[in-house]
Design a protein around this ligand. Sequence first.
Ligand code: CMP
Length: 135
Amino acid sequence: MSNSEQTLSIIKPDAVERNLIEEIKNIFISNNFNIFKEKKIQISKAEAEEFYKVHQSKPFYNDLCEYLSSGPIYVMILEKENAVIENRKLMGSTNPKEAEEGTIRKKYGLSIDKNSVHGSDSVDNAIIEIDFFFK
Ligand code: CMP
């Protein structure tokens, strides 16, 4: 039985600004992810607040939402067997300083805020996040 799964990936403003969209897409493709849907958009702060509402009690919530809405982002539905966990492995730790060699955040991340990519953290959240951007 196939475990093919979908997850949501976002190339964040810091990486879009540095023209890294194609480079990061190629990392997903060479790691056997299928990019099922993709688009470049800019969201409002209110939309970012909705997207990141699981973090609303955190001290970094306001900065996080300011940041995600500060410039264009590139959102993708990625498909692969066990896509959620495979994407998280490929992204590396949230803090680029702690990210493993060979991961996207190790290679491109600037800081814990400007960590270049977001990926859904569970299958349930992937469904919610895909719906948010591609309904
Ligand atoms: P992301 O995977 O997009 O999910 C929430 C984001 O909050 C996270 O990546 C980080 O960029 C950002 N963030 C800022 N500060 C922290 C923190 N202390 N712990 C976790 N995430 C943080």
